[in-house]
Design a protein around this ligand. Sequence first.
Ligand code: AMP
Ligand code: ZN
Length: 442
Amino acid sequence: MRDEKDGFWNPEVELMGAEDIRRLQLERLKGVLQRCKNSPFYRRWFRDAGFDPDAVRTLEDLRSLPPMDKDTLRSVEPWEFLTVPREDIVRMHSSSGTTGRATVIFHTWKDIQAWTELGARCLYMTGVRRSDVFQNMMGYGLFTGGLGFHYAAERLGAMVIPSGSGNSKRQIYLMREFGTTVIHVIPSYALYLLDVFREMGLDPRRDTRLRIALVGAEPHTESLRRRLEEAYGFKAYNSYGLSEMSGPGVAFECPFQEGMHVWEDAFILEVLDPRTLEPVPEGEEGELVFTTLHREGMPLLRYRTRDLAFVYPGRCRCGREHRRISRIKGRSDDMFIVKGVNIFPMQVEKVLLETVGVGTNYQIVLDMVGSREEMRVRVEVTDEIWHGDVRELQSLQKRITAALRDEILVTPIVELVEPGSLPKGEGKAVRVVDRRVDLGGE
Ligand code: AMP
Ligand code: ZN
């Protein structure tokens, strides 16, 4: 029986010391490399790199294998990655990318069980228990957010409402009717849902029993988290994952919320300088690169995520020695350049969401006007501001422009727009519309 008080789903693994974790990683890595010999892709990959899987003696030895990325996955038939017969595969998932060939991950039954366990561990760590009602507002289907934590919450024994994404009024109805206490949600959607609460004359603090939110699947700022916590009255935990590493459950915040613990019994984490592919010193930002240690059907070795973060030095107060990564600053390919300056959408979000009067949605639009680049930030304001004194609106516009200039060193055109007027999808938010590339013509 699990002790409700201790807060650890799997104390033996969660409380393992750093050295024991490394030992376990090496042992598991050796097993994974043996399995990889069954895969036509890995046989070629090893041969072309002159890499001998039998010669690996330390974790560092893995570094002589070149890292792989989405393009590597796309470049071959996904079946070629399999280290098991095809009939052992029970499910596939695919990444949410909208461009290029979909990247597919195949899972065996054991893989699904291992992923479910990791998910249950994450949920339990934040305080989710059997008595909770877990509303899973993530898309079900090829996207891993829905099914991944659906099974995790069931494993834990919570009651799951598989509401999926979208259908906002129904989401709110379900929350109220069945006493939802925990939601799993994309942060931009949680922010947007506040407008719907307001429209319905409801206040989530007063009219729901929400106490925990698991937010992830897209970059978001600390300011966004604070806004959600204030408006909903729940505690929001950052959840990181990607379909190539199975989905949510790769790294998660503990109650101390100083970074997300990467489950190092299941993944080898490297933080590399994206240009040189050399490891960066602890505490410095780099690209996260993962190796799966728990997946049997389709292991991935040294997978480059493009996600930028740093590892927190020191130990976490919760007692877990699984290393902690920072909030994801963004993907290296989210970065855009205006007038020679590198900008991440999250820098813009930070400024906006720290400004009183800013509403629940924003969008960055990049254009060419003649030969000049133009950056426009379209910002929804609150109802009060929109219907209030026009001078308030002007002053807000000036304040945002100045604050953005200080943060990103470029002066954008700030356009304040009516609440609810910017496009809002059900999935991950599209923060940047770059129209500069289309304008060249044929
Ligand atoms: P997908 O494989 O389609 O689910 O997309 C995974 C990607 O979503 C990751 O590589 C990250 O870029 C992003 N992502 C997922 N969780 C987070 C998070 N908590 N914070 C920031 N970005 C995230
Ligand atoms: Zn911790």
